[in-house]
Design a binder for this molecule. Sequence first.
Ligand code: ZN
Length: 460
Amino acid sequence: MATLTFLGAARTVTGSKYLVDVGDGRVLVDCGLFQGLKSLRERNWQALPVEATSIHTVVLTHAHLDHSGYLPRLVAQGFRGRVFCTPGTADLCRLILPDSARLQEEDARQANRHGYSKHAPALPLYTEPDAFRAVTQLQPVGFNRPIEVLPGVVIEFVSAGHLLGSAFVRMTLAGPPPKHILFGGDLGRYNRPVLPDPSPPPEAGVLLCESTYGDRRHPPNDDGEAFAAIVRDTINRGGRLVIPSFAVGRVEEILYWLKRLEDAKRIPQVPVFLDSPMALEALKFYRSRGHELDEEMLDAKRVVSAFSVARLTSVASPQQSKEVTASQTPAIIISSSGMATGGRVLHHLKQTLPYAKNTVLFVGFQADGTRGRALVEGATEVKIHGAWVPVNAQIARIDSMSAHADSAEILQWITGFSKPPLVTYLVHGEPVPMDALKVSIERHAGWAVRTPALGEQVEL
Ligand SMILES: [Zn+2]
């Protein structure tokens, strides 16, 4: 009897890990880090219920850290199998995983230097060599090309429109009768620039569906006006606009809108600093994979020019980053991490948050327990590198640039099933949105919906 165990993203948004055990083999679908609240992050240090060496294969839906970032830890624990993913995901993982390792190592160093860890010495969850080893195990497979990853277990990637290379994973377990499980990964959006719409779902008996925005509707398409207004207001005040952004995925959409608004003369041309070497690298992959992007990007010239903001400077060295941080001239700074949990953006925030003329704009989901969440919820001070920083800057948030489907888009997507799954498990959501989505799906589609707990095991 095959089983499915929810090892992460169960009633929370991070740590996606789903273990399929078919008796004589184990496949882990997604291998994500827990992020956000300390109680969640501490789970990254807890042992999995099975030995890493007993897992034969990993399959990744996409490269975001909450889906891929535990992989180096799994490798450090002895996992030596192949990691199936799309070519786009493989490209991005080669950037993201070593960078994540460097952040883990840097955080441990900072904690040791400033003595703000309870553990002495603070250790990184994994190191750069672990990450480099992990990426050698990546095994790219194109979209819509079924491949047997274990005897009797076939997987296929279907484009999800959430990030370059992002996919649903349709797993087929040999019968009789064969069983189809659809791991929805993160679901993209309809009618947005840069990325394509999510593909219609292939038929499956078991569905795992995300619920990040299960209780929310994104604002209607305003052709970038909310964003334009924030840029204009900040620049008119002589302030700086800092946009914490995931280095991969959101930066492309921000640059796309800046370029479009500049071209239409709806915002002034001001210096834009992209302070994330990784974002710049990722941008190259977006440009080279134009055929996987939104239809309007299919033309090679358009995909190159779409992100080419007039006064764009990419900040390479930490020294250059310090100079940008120290300057007070009006500018737009895009830097990671997106939830302000680490990275170079922290230096910019320290410098920006105390002054009312500045704006900090959040464009992605802010998980519980992150500085980003505290700021959007109105914190009057936040702790950065062990010191409290007062918040006097304007704090803004635009949900329309989210890469996650809202409740209406999730319902739109699931109505694409030719026949309802026998059971739908909601994952990748905090309890309130998840429960709201459960009620909507039950009411609108009449499906059987469950919200599994962490560690819960079900029969397939
Ligand atoms: Zn994602």
